[in-house]
Design a binder for this molecule. Structure first.
Ligand SMILES: [Zn+2]
Length: 332
């Protein structure tokens, strides 16, 4: 969003990104293997195996969203070393590369939002930002920009650098060996169900949940001019709203859910519980009055709205226990 381009109406030139064929075949196979895993859940697998799989998926989502995204990419709160180790282990459970690299490309995505240098460019539509961008190599320009991203805060974090250095060992133990060992050892699940449900199906589902962090804005976010009642038109868990776009304006707000919710998602609640246990501190957010002040400042000073929001946040003292009474913009 650095260039002020909202992206959705921008004229798009096709960037030259070569196909990444090993990834192309891997992602194709994983879809088929996931489908077979779903079939086994419906026909053969123990209920405990399915519940165990759901638990691992939930922990993986916590690792990517509360960890890689909200803590390390955007610094929406600070965490003790115990919480950081827990989140690093959870993120390793998704098996999608180390946190360091995830954060580097996510920061590049925010910096170059909806331009040709955005590796996940949502202005190219859902299919591109959800799947296609991952089966193409990044361009030399994107690599050059990624190398310039400031990663000094992560380089000072021993937990991150430990995971980066020993990623493949951690991957083998946390992502593969332990999850497959548990159903075989403790409730006598068959080898077939263990491999396809806890192995492939879990990897396939968590892959889509992780890809949605970059693509959900194209299906759940409102486009310019679209009008929906704010957060009141939920159909089961699906609703369209502005929270996804809000994230690109206020990426430092810990309450913005990656999937189109604000404050009420289980990741925000998880962060609040961690704060109550004194594992997380300095939770950053802004309430409705803060947003009003920032809008007034923007009109008066003609400064960038992002800078005004940050200035208001810096000059406002949010009560230390605010996480127990989260603000909701739509209550005003
Ligand atoms: Zn983000």
């Amino acid at each position: 969003m650095s260039n002020g381009n909202d992206g959705f109406n921008a004229e798009i030139e096709e960037p030259t990104r070569e196909g990444d064929w090993p990834k192309f075949w891997f992602f194709n196979y994983i879809q088929i293997l996931t489908m077979y895993g779903i079939y086994l859940v419906a026909t053969q697998a123990c209920l405990l195996t399915t519940l165990f799989c759901m638990l691992l998926i939930s922990l993986g989502v916590i690792g990517v969203t509360a960890g890689a995204h909200r803590l390390w990419a955007h610094r929406t709160y600070t965490a003790t070393v115990h919480l950081r180790i827990f989140l690093m282990i959870c993120q390793t459970l998704v098996g999608q590369g180390c946190i360091y690299n995830w954060v580097k490309y996510h920061r590049l995505h925010h910096q170059e939002y909806c331009t040709n240098n955005d590796p996940y460019n949502p202005s190219k539509g859902f299919f591109y930002s959800h799947v296609l961008c991952f089966i193409r190599k990044t361009t030399p320009e994107q690599e050059e920009l990624a190398d310039k991203i400031d990663m000094s805060d992560l380089e000072e974090d021993a937990v991150i650098m430990f995971q980066k250095r020993y990623y493949w060992v951690l991957y083998a133990v946390i992502m593969v060996i332990l999850p497959l060992y548990v159903p075989l050892k403790f409730w006598g699940e068959t080898f077939l169900c263990t491999v396809f449900v806890v192995g492939w199906m879990r990897s396939g589902l968590v892959l889509h949940l992780s890809w949605l962090i970059h693509s959900a804005t194209t299906i759940l976010g409102l486009k310019k001019g679209e009008r929906y009642p704010l957060d009141t038109n939920a159909v089961f868990i699906i609703n369209k709203n502005y929270w996804l776009q809000y994230h690109y304006l206020v990426p430092w707000d810990y309450q913005t859910s990656e999937y189109g919710n604000y404050g009420g998602d289980y990741i925000s609640k998880f962060i609040r519980v961690c704060a109550a246990l004194e594992l997380a501190t300095n939770l950053r957010t802004i309430d409705s009055n803060g947003v009003k002040k920032a809008l007034e400042m923007c009109l008066e000073t003609k400064k960038n709205i992002k800078d005004c929001l940050l200035e208001v946040y810096d000059s406002t003292s949010i009560p230390i226990d605010h996480y127990l009474k989260p603000s909701k913009f739509y209550n005003i």
